[in-house]
Design a protein around this ligand. Structure first.
Ligand code: MF3
Ligand code: CO
Length: 259
C-alpha cells in the first residue's frame, strides 16, 4: 500500500527537500577541473553537517560516501576517490539528506570547464526529460504517465533510458513504494494520489541503454562507455500542480539551528 503523507509529514519533507537542494547546489559550485571527487564529497559532507542534517546515503547498504559522484560513462552510484576532474568531464552529483526524520533526494549533472556539444545535449535532454516527467505527476495519472513522458522525450532525441535503476517513493525511508521507472513496460501501474512524495530521476545514456556494475560493487557504468547524465527531484503530488520539494529557496531552518 502506498500511504500518502499528511500535512505535517509534507512540511517535514519540504524542509528536507530544501536542504538537500541547497547542499546539491552549493556542492556543485566546487566541481571544477583539478578537484578530486573525494574533495567534492567532503565539501558536501561539511555542508550537510553545517545544516544539522545527515547524508541519507552513507552507510546505506554499506555505501561508503556522503554523495554519489559519477563521471562521464559512470551512470550513478559513483564512489568518491582520488580521481581528478578534467576539463570536459561531465559529473553527476546525487545528494540525499535526512532532516527531521525525512529524506530529500536530488541530483544534477554539470560539466567541468565546458564540454562537447554532444555532452551538453545529453545533459539538456536529461534535465528536460525530468521536467516532462514532473509535469505528469498529477492526481488521476498513473506512474506510467511519468515514465512515458521521460522515455518518449529521450528516445525522440536519439538517446536511451537506463532500465536497471528507477525513481522511487521517498519519505522516512529513501526507497518507498512506488517504483518510478524511466520507461514503460506495459504492466499495471499505480495511480498517483495527492500527498504522495516521489523521487523522479531519469538516467539517460548518449549511446545504448545497457549498463554494468564495476568491481567496487557500486559504480554503474554504460556498457558502451559512452557518457550518461542524471537529474533528480523529490516531488509532491498535489490536487493542483506538482510541487518540487527539492527547492533550496524554501529552506527554513529550525530556530535552534539558525544563526
Ligand atoms: N538517488 C539514489 C537513489 O535513489 C541514491 C542512492 S545511492 C546509495 O537510489 F548509495 F545510497 F545507494
Ligand atoms: Co533517488
Amino acid at each position: 500500500m502506498i500511504r500518502p503523507k499528511n500535512e505535517k509529514e509534507i512540511e517535514a519533507m519540504r524542509q528536507a527537500g530544501a536542504l538537500a537542494n541547497h547542499v546539491l547546489l552549493e556542492t556543485a559550485k566546487s566541481i571544477q577541473p583539478g578537484v578530486t571527487t573525494e574533495e567534492i564529497d567532503q565539501i558536501a559532507a561539511k555542508c550537510i553537517e553545517g545544516l544539522g542534517a545527515k547524508s541519507a546515503f552513507i552507510g546505506y547498504k554499506g555505501y561508503p560516501c556522503y554523495t554519489c559522484i559519477s563521471v562521464n560513462e559512470e551512470v550513478v552510484h559513483g564512489i568518491a576517490g582520488s580521481r581528478r576532474i578534467d576539463v570536459g568531464d561531465i559529473i553527476s552529483l546525487d545528494v540525499g539528506v535526512v532532516y527531521g526524520g525525512f529524506i530529500g533526494d536530488n541530483a544534477l549533472t554539470v560539466a567541468a570547464g565546458g564540454c562537447t556539444v554532444e555532452k551538453q545535449a545529453l545533459m539538456d535532454v536529461t534535465e528536460t526529460s525530468l521536467q516532462k516527467g514532473i509535469s505528469q505527476a498529477v492526481v488521476g495519472n498513473r506512474v506510467s504517465d511519468i515514465s512515458r513522458a521521460i522515455q518518449e522525450y529521450v528516445e525522440a532525441n536519439g538517446m536511451s533510458v537506463v532500465r536497471e535503476f528507477v525513481g522511487h517513493g521517498v519519505g522516512r525511508s529513501m526507497h518507498e513504494e512506488p517504483q518510478i521507472p524511466n520507461y514503460v513496460d506495459g504492466g499495471s501501474s499505480p495511480r498517483l494520489k495527492a500527498g504522495m512524495t516521489i523521487a523522479i530521476e531519469p538516467m539517460v545514456n548518449l549511446g545504448a541503454p545497457e549498463v554494468q556494475i564495476l568491481q567496487d560493487g557500486w559504480t554503474v557504468i554504460t556498457r558502451d562507455q559512452k557518457p550518461s547524465a542524471h537529474f533528480e527531484h523529490t516531488v509532491l503530488v498535489t490536487d493542483g500542480e506538482p510541487e518540487i520539494l527539492t527547492c533550496a529557496t524554501r529552506m527554513v531552518l529550525k530556530d535552534t539551528e539558525r544563526s
